[in-house]
Design a protein around this ligand. Structure first.
Ligand SMILES: Nc1nc2c(ncn2[C@@H]2O[C@H](COP(=O)(O)OP(=O)(O)OP(=O)(O)O)[C@@H](O)[C@H]2O)c(=O)[nH]1
Ligand SMILES: [Mg+2]
Length: 672
């Protein structure tokens, strides 16, 4: 379904290679760049018949590629061809197909398919100024590839499609009806009238348009419809084969879907027929679209409709001047006078005559038709490059934004890790409760007793139970635990706040946030508790292992292990090996030093340092992991949007391959 897409707007193509793509207008006779003003009211207007007969197609008709369909295939053959494609032969000649040389058309079709995939798969999920526009252009390009470029390239010989566009009430439907001499598209006084496009072709061309390769997102209907997703396909025997008209909704509609649909249809045109009136010809929107068409090399013709005869010359001159100024002077301009409509609502044959004949000659001249198709197709493919370059930039911008957001989170939690490391060194954990408990532990001699292992665990418990006094070691352990958890929680809270603020300052980041991210995860307190307890256990295990090795801690002397473990933990919280100098006094230097001495005597000076270092590293590892989990709350959201590493590169490469294949194929006969 592709009807939702905008056509590529002027802004998307503003970077189109105007310099390299001269706005050549191919006339029905195949000549290019020629001014073609026809007015049935102006006596000295050039007779297009004369030119058609004398003009030699300026652009040589390129030899068809070996695998390419013959451009001369008559519309009557199209049905057969289609039947062949839908009913594969019973025994496909695989060997033959493999051996068949790849043609320029095949190569271009192949790389166009890849570009379509690349555009379709590139997302712009982060909220950025460029994202919305890229999304719009990307989907418009995919729509145009599906609607027109791919099917048209596959069937260069298919009938030429003239899309009739313009402001509401300009008389588009009336004009189409008059050209095919039948009231096929409803004209009306209510604005806008045409809401669902109507395609009219010679009966012989009907199968091609009904088949739905072109504009595949529009559902073919035979009856008039008001659905923007419908395409009424009707036949008109009075219209010559080889050329069809599509009556589009108004281009500058107040109805949003009309406007989008009109733009989509114009992007699927081989030739744009712009219809305007004396009152509307200076409007902005048509000129924007015309400029887009010129930059793209799309073949254009214009009708200045319903012109009061007395003002015809003056208005036609002014419009022609405007066209010249905008480099569109070569587009054929038809000036039709205001006239009475006949009983069927058609413009009289005498008035519509020049325009009717012009299209009649185009339909009859396969070379001219082919030149029109190739010019428009080539122009549209050439304009993909600059448009895709814009998409690639926007895609890269997404990747850059994602990296910037990731970096901001990393920075916030790196600061957290640093604060943690500093917090362990600067002695802040050894103040207050921990210090008091340490003093108690050391000062009461409890520490020494535990180390000497002379006091049995049972007795201690017994005494403790009798006196109601908890074990000093237990108190110290609890104080350490609570201090560490407090530090951890504080750091996590700061980092969350910092990361949140950093994302909020970025449009893409702000869009990804939710209020909960401002705080640490809800279960952080529990995780921090568990982390500290696990670490303490780990330290005790370490000390036990070390002690066993040194044969100083008897088997089962858990109490001694506990004491030594606590001492190691205290050592972790200092920058020196053990009791910090500044704290010695406060801690009661005598006991502390004594304790240290005993510890050192048992484990050895270096062993204490090593144990403390190991314990510190382990703690930092554990807290680092905790912070990573906290940071992941942000980065997971970023990862969930699913951005590639270098999304722009894929687009640029795909577009470059298309440009190479386009140049090699030289649809218009030239390689520029
Ligand atoms: N007298 C006269 N009336 C015309 C002519 N062309 C169009 N009209 C009338 O003008 C009105 C609008 O014409 P349409 O053909 O419906 O215009 P449109 O451009 O298709 O309008 P939308 O479908 O709304 O975009 C209708 O009532 C037509 O009958 C003309 O050449 N002469
Ligand atoms: Mg209409």
């Amino acid at each position: 379904m592709t009807t939702h897409g905008d056509a590529v707007g002027p802004s998307a193509l503003s970077a189109a290679p105007a310099a390299t793509r001269e706005p050549e207008q191919v006339s029905p006779d195949g000549s290019a760049g020629k001014k073609e003003q026809v007015s049935s009211t102006t006596a000295d207007a050039a007779d297009p018949t004369d030119r058609t007969e004398t003009a030699v197609p300026r652009q040589p008709h390129p030899e068809p590629d070996p695998g390419e369909s013959a451009p001369e295939k008559r519309p009557a053959d199209l049905g057969e061809a289609d039947a062949r494609t839908t009913t594969p032969p019973a025994t496909p000649s695989t060997a033959l197909e493999v051996a068949r040389p790849t043609t320029g058309v095949d190569r271009l079709a192949d790389v166009l398919g890849k570009l379509r995939t690349a555009i379709g798969e590139t997302a712009y999920p982060l909220v950025m100024p460029s994202a919305q526009e890229a999304q719009r252009i990307g989907s418009a390009l995919v729509t145009q590839l599906d609607d027109y470029l791919v099917p048209r390239l596959a069937r260069l010989d298919a009938p030429l499609l003239v899309v009739v566009g313009g402001s509401t009430g300009a008389g588009k439907s009336t004009l189409v009806n008059s050209l095919v001499r039948a009231p096929v598209s409803t004209a009306g006084v209510l604005r806008p009238t045409t809401r669902s496009p109507v395609l009219v072709s010679n009966p012989a061309d009907l199968p091609w348009f009904q088949q739905g390769q072109l504009l595949p997102g529009l559902v073919r209907t035979r009856e008039p419809s008001n659905e923007a997703t419908a395409l009424q396909v009707v036949s008109a025997p009075a219209l010559g084969a080889g050329l069809a008209f599509l009556d589009a909704p108004d281009i500058d509609s107040v109805v949003d879907r009309n406007r989008k649909l009109a733009a989509q249809l114009l992007a699927a045109a081989d030739l744009w027929l712009f219809v305007t009136t004396a009152a509307r010809y200076a409007d902005a929107v048509p000129w924007e679209l015309l400029t887009t068409a010129r930059l793209r090399g799309t073949v254009i013709a214009l009708v200045l409709d319903r012109v009061p005869p007395e003002a015809a010359a003056e208005i036609a001159t002014h419009l022609q001047d405007m066209l010249n100024v905008r480099d569109l002077g070569g587009a054929p301009l038809f000036v039709l006078p205001e006239t009475r409509l006949d009983g069927q609502g058609l413009i009289g044959e005498d008035v519509i005559g020049p325009l009717h004949d012009w299209f009649g000659r185009l339909a009859a001249d396969s070379n001219a038709r082919s030149a029109v198709v190739r010019q428009t197709l080539d122009g549209a493919i050439a304009s993909l490059g600059p448009a895709v370059a814009g998409l690639a930039d926007a895609a890269d911008e997404q990747a850059r934004a994602a990296k910037a957001l990731g970096d901001r989170v990393t920075a916030a939690y790196r600061t957290g890790r640093q604060t943690m490391a500093d917090g362990l060194r600067d002695g802040r954990l050894l103040r207050g409760e921990v210090l008091a408990r340490w003093q108690e532990f050391v000062g009461t001699g409890e520490f020494l007793k535990t180390l000497e292992n002379k006091v049995g665990q049972l007795r201690d418990r017994f005494v403790s139970a009798l006196t109601g006094r908890p074990l000093p070691g237990r108190n110290l352990q609890a104080a350490l635990e609570s201090q560490l958890v407090t530090l951890l929680r504080g750091i996590a809270a700061d980092a969350a706040e910092q990361a949140y603020a950093a994302w909020q300052a970025h449009p893409a980041g702000a869009a990804l946030l939710e209020p909960g991210l401002q705080r640490p995860a809800d279960d952080l307190p529990q995780r921090a508790d568990r982390l500290v307890r696990d670490w303490q256990q780990w330290v005790l295990g370490l000390v036990r292992a070390e002690g066993a090795e040194k044969r100083v801690v008897a088997r089962g002397a858990a109490y001694a292990v506990n004491g030594a473990g606590l001492a190691v933990m205290i050592a972790v919280f200092t920058s020196t090996a053990f009791i910090p100098t500044g704290l010695e006094v406060a801690a009661g230097a005598g006991s502390a030093v004594a304790a240290q001495k005993v510890l050192e005597a048992i484990f050895g000076d270096q062993a204490i340092r090593t144990l403390a270092t190991q314990a510190r590293e382990d703690l930092l590892l554990r807290t680092g992991k905790l912070f990573d989990e906290e940071a992941a709350r942000f980065t997971d959201r970023l990862a969930a949007v699913g951005l590639d590493e270098e999304p722009g590169t894929r687009l640029r490469e795909a577009a470059a391959a298309v440009e190479t294949a386009r140049t090699e194929l030289a649809l218009t006969g030239s390689t520029t």
